[in-house]
Design a protein around this ligand. Structure first.
Ligand SMILES: *[C@@H]1O[C@H](CO)[C@@H](O)[C@H](O)[C@H]1NC(C)=O
Ligand SMILES: *[C@@H]1O[C@H](CO)[C@@H](O)[C@H](O)[C@H]1NC(C)=O
Ligand SMILES: *[C@@H]1O[C@H](CO)[C@@H](O)[C@H](O)[C@H]1NC(C)=O
Ligand SMILES: *[C@@H]1O[C@H](CO)[C@@H](O)[C@H](O)[C@H]1NC(C)=O
Ligand SMILES: *[C@@H]1O[C@H](CO)[C@@H](O)[C@H](O)[C@H]1NC(C)=O
Length: 591
């Protein structure tokens, strides 16, 4: 019951209202430079220094020039009605800050709209400061316009911050009609675009890599049980050699019942464990996975990933030779007779790479949390303590991407950095998390130092629950993970806290620090002052909404007015306001 509501809100809803293209898995998603034929574009291209083709045909092209306060964007489409370009956090419509251009009685009309969900975006209150039209055209079957947008939002309830140095999701839609309404299937899309000039390491697309070898891990076929949640495991031996490097990954989705795939590295496993290789998948609740190094995962919304030349994730005799492939099947309607053989393909090299990439698991490792039901937003925070990060090399590590993972109730996630007792700029903040739109978020490379404390927070919406929601493996339960890719690789695999529950081990009780090192047989648990004195989350800066420049459209804007009335509210309050609006739309959409 509850689950079907979440699935509806999170996934099916994306197929109604104003749907966006979700790329089928295994299909390459390439971000191309603007097509060479730009003769049809009516604005001056010389004002820009970056470009991307948003569709596959070159009929929708984006141009930009980033600036200190505002950046300038030009969007052109070979279509003769409205054209919309949205700045999105996840590639979904939810939360997108959208520029819409159209013709209205012979005049070019420009609007800033905001999408509270997979519903028709509302006109934003601020039509002056966030976005400003510079020029607009509609003629000869082409619609095009140039506008400026603020890099840092004044009003996080209706606007977004733009990642001008790093990767930014854009969504677009066009029509041959000027009336802003639901567009035809196919006249829309999403693209993860790198706006800035900084170095990038991991891209969320499948790219060819010269001279790369490849291998595919395929789980033996399983009959998907008629139960809601099933986890299946197969162990695989990786290609042999002392040192190899993963360069890219291409998940291949088979069944719609597949909820996610995770690949774990097996360090220090027994010969008995190794006997699992080549055997049928084990789909038993009693099975305990002996492998806990995180390699990679696939979740809905992802197409594949490729590292830039010079970077690779090491495996081999010097690291790990065995991996565990975990599949999670979700069969809430208990449908009989489904089968699947999931597989995950990789490209790799046995040649040395310039920089070795590591993965660090942050978040909840014990599934020992309980969420209060009936809440618009309820948070779980987990601390990675200075004792654990103290094991990093003296010069620190550089984080370049992060994958936030929650289940259907997940709404926002962040990783904060506390250095010498003070919070510095966060490692990552992701608002409007959508289960169906998960991705590896590109970061403007962030240096982390030994002794840093990292706080991972997941915010969940439990308005659809009447019973407490437990952390756990089932898709009805919740998870809170942030997997950080960084370089150079070291041996620390997980950094978090652990609730001992009622047990006592080595004199430890209560919540203790947790640090897992691939060279040690067991994770270290220890008392840490960082856990007993949790750091207070700081409000986001600049997060105020000026309501005075209202366009006076309709009363549904009122939801945000409360937050607009007082300035400098903590981010949580604004998010709650925003989410109540979101809840309204989803409910409206659902029933
Ligand atoms: C698009 O960008 C590429 C480099 O990123 C540049 O070489 C090309 O000239 C640009 N195209 C246009 C039409 O501006
Ligand atoms: C809100 O008001 C402040 C102070 O007047 C101004 O700096 C800011 O740009 C305004 N933001 C919006 C969205 O109007
Ligand atoms: C994998 O490698 C084989 C040759 O070793 C090649 O024929 C094939 O095209 C490769 N597949 C991919 C997906 O790169
Ligand atoms: C811990 O002990 C308390 C009191 O004895 C009990 O109510 C609770 O269920 C126990 N918790 C666990 C996780 O065993
Ligand atoms: C409202 O818009 C005017 C421009 O029309 C601008 O000068 C002013 O700063 C805006 N006020 C706020 C509070 O955003």
């Amino acid at each position: 019951m509850l689950l079907s509501r979440y699935i509806h809100a999170g996934i099916s809803a994306s197929l109604s209202a104003l749907p966006l293209l979700m790329f089928p898995l295994g299909m390459p998603v390439m971000v191309n430079a603007a097509s060479s034929d730009t003769s049809w574009i009516p604005f001056d291209l010389a004002q820009f220094n970056g470009n991307a083709t948003l569709d596959t045909k070159g009929d929708v092209q984006l141009f930009w020039k980033t600036g200190d306060e505002y950046s300038t964007y030009g969007i052109a489409s070979r279509s003769k009605g409205y054209l919309a370009l949205g700045f999105s956090e996840t590639g979904a419509m939810t939360g997108a800050d959208i520029a819409v251009g159209s013709m209205d009685n012979g005049e070019f009309k420009f609007e800033n709209r905001f999408a509270a969900g997979f519903v028709s975006p509302e006109v934003s209150k601020d039509q002056q400061n966030n976005m400003r039209l510079k020029e607009g055209h509609q003629q000869d079957g082409v619609t095009a316009f140039v506008f400026e947008k603020k890099n840092v939002a004044d009003c996080l309830a209706e606007q977004v911050n733009v990642n001008t140095e790093s990767w930014q999701w854009f969504i677009y839609a066009f029509s041959d009609e000027n009336t802003f309404a639901q567009h035809k299937a196919g006249n829309k899309g999403k693209s993860y675009v790198k706006l800035g000039t900084g170095e990038t390491i991991s891209v969320n697309e499948i790219r060819p890599v010269d001279n790369a070898k490849n291998f595919t891990l395929t789980q033996s076929e399983v009959a998907i049980p008629t139960q809601e949640t099933t986890y299946c495991y197969t162990m695989h031996k990786m290609p042999s050699g002392k040192k190899n490097y993963i360069l890219g990954e291409r998940p291949e989705r088979s069944s719609d019942f597949l909820h996610h795939l995770v690949l774990y590295a097996c360090y220090g496993i027994t010969d008995q464990d190794k006997e699992m290789v080549g055997k049928d998948a084990v789909c038993s609740d009693d099975f305990s996975n002996p492998c806990n190094g995180f390699v990679t995962e696939w979740s809905p919304g992802m197409s594949g990933r490729t590292f830039e030349p010079g970077y690779g994730k090491p495996f081999g005799e010097d690291y790990y030779e065995y991996v565990m492939l975990e599949t999670h099947y979700n069969n809430p309607d208990l449908i009989d007779g489904q089968k699947d053989a999931a597989s995950f393909s990789f490209i790799y090299t046995d040649q040395p790479v310039k920089t070795e990439v590591g993965s660090l698991t942050l978040g909840d490792v014990g599934n020992r949390f309980t969420l209060e039901p009936g809440k618009e937003l309820v948070a779980v925070s987990r601390v990675c303590t200075p004792e654990c990060t103290g094991n990093w090399p003296e010069e620190g590590i550089t984080a370049f991407s992060v994958f936030h993972h929650m289940h259907y109730r997940g709404r926002n996630a962040r990783v904060q950095i506390i250095r010498d007792g003070k919070e510095i700029a966060p490692l990552s903040e992701l608002r409007h998390f959508d289960y169906g739109y998960q991705f590896s978020k590109g970061l403007n490379q962030i240096k982390l130092l030994p002794g840093d404390m990292l706080i991972t927070t997941c915010e969940f919406e439990t308005t659809g629950d009447t019973e407490p929601v437990k952390g756990g493996l089932s898709s009805q339960q919740e998870m809170c993970f942030s997997w950080v890719d960084y370089y150079p690789a070291n041996t620390i695999m997980m950094c978090s806290q652990f609730d001992m529950g009622n047990s006592t081990k080595d004199g430890l009780t209560g919540v203790v620090g947790f640090c897992s090192d691939s060279t040690k047989p067991e994770a270290e648990r220890f008392e840490s002052a960082s856990i007993t004195n949790p750091f207070e989350a700081l409000p986001e800066t600049g997060n105020t909404c000026n309501a005075s420049n209202s366009t006076g459209t309709d009363s549904s804007d009122n939801a945000a007015d409360d937050s607009a009335a007082s300035s400098s509210l903590p981010s949580l309050t604004l998010l709650i306001t925003m989410l109540s609006t979101l809840g309204f739309y989803l409910a409206f959409n659902d029933y």
